[in-house]
Ligand binder design. Structure first.
Ligand code: ADP
Length: 191
């Protein structure tokens, strides 16, 4: 299996680049943010719980997120591999993902980390808010909180994969196609 963790701060372009990668490698795309938003729309219990955190720019608790992701992975037992987009976002989630994939006799192949500096991120998120209607994009205070949470809780996950020799950083600034082609090169060189 080819299992890619696509990593980067809010606004780095994970969603956009995931679409390119799905096409090329025929992987199942699991975006925890998208799954939460679907649940919020359906007003499920999970959605209501998730919304109370997302609207403040906080992370949904690990246990809830990990259980949800496990279900999604198990629902696709015939997959050729996965793109994990927005997961893992804490070291605890990274450990849980290792355990889950081990049970399936596989592992994370590579983490691709999209590097974009903070001012560019803020501008992209404010612009996206006009189009996406996402409540967590609309308020600069919430955006700032997401960036702080990213730095505190999520950035250390990079170190986790670096220590396993699985980290590949890619410049997230430039044209969408140039960034995709750099991502493809990193993956292909690693295989
Ligand atoms: P972005 O990367 O632009 O912040 P996402 O769509 O990936 O957006 O996530 C939106 C929100 O959903 C996050 O701010 C967080 O509250 C919640 N979320 C998504 N993935 C996770 C996760 N792995 N663990 C905890 N919360 C998550």
């Amino acid at each position: 299996m080819l299992n890619i963790v696509l990593f980067g701060p809010p606004g780095a372009g994970k969603g956009t680049q995931s679409e390119k990668m799905i096409e090329k490698y025929s992987l199942i795309h699991l975006s925890t943010g998208d799954i939460f938003r679907k649940n919020i729309k359906e007003e499920s219990e999970l959605g209501k719980l998730a919304k109370s955190y997302i609207d403040k720019g906080q992370l949904v608790p690990d246990e809830v997120t990990i259980n949800m992701l496990k279900q999604e992975v198990n629902n696709h037992s015939n997959a050729k591999g996965f793109i994990f987009d927005g997961f893992p976002r804490t070291n605890k989630q990274a450990e849980a993902l290792d355990t889950l994939l081990k049970e399936l006799n596989t592992e994370v192949t590579l983490m691709v980390s999209l590097e974009v500096e903070e001012n560019e991120l803020k501008q992209r998120l404010i612009k996206r808010a006009e189009l996406s209607g996402r409540s967590d994009d609309a308020d600069p205070k919430i955006i700032q909180n997401r960036i702080v949470v990213y730095q505190k809780e999520t950035a250390p996950v990079k170190e986790y994969y670096h220590n396993q020799g699985k980290l590949k950083s890619v410049d997230g600034i430039g044209s969408i196609d140039d960034i995709s082609s750099n991502i493809f090169k990193s993956i292909d060189n690693f295989l």
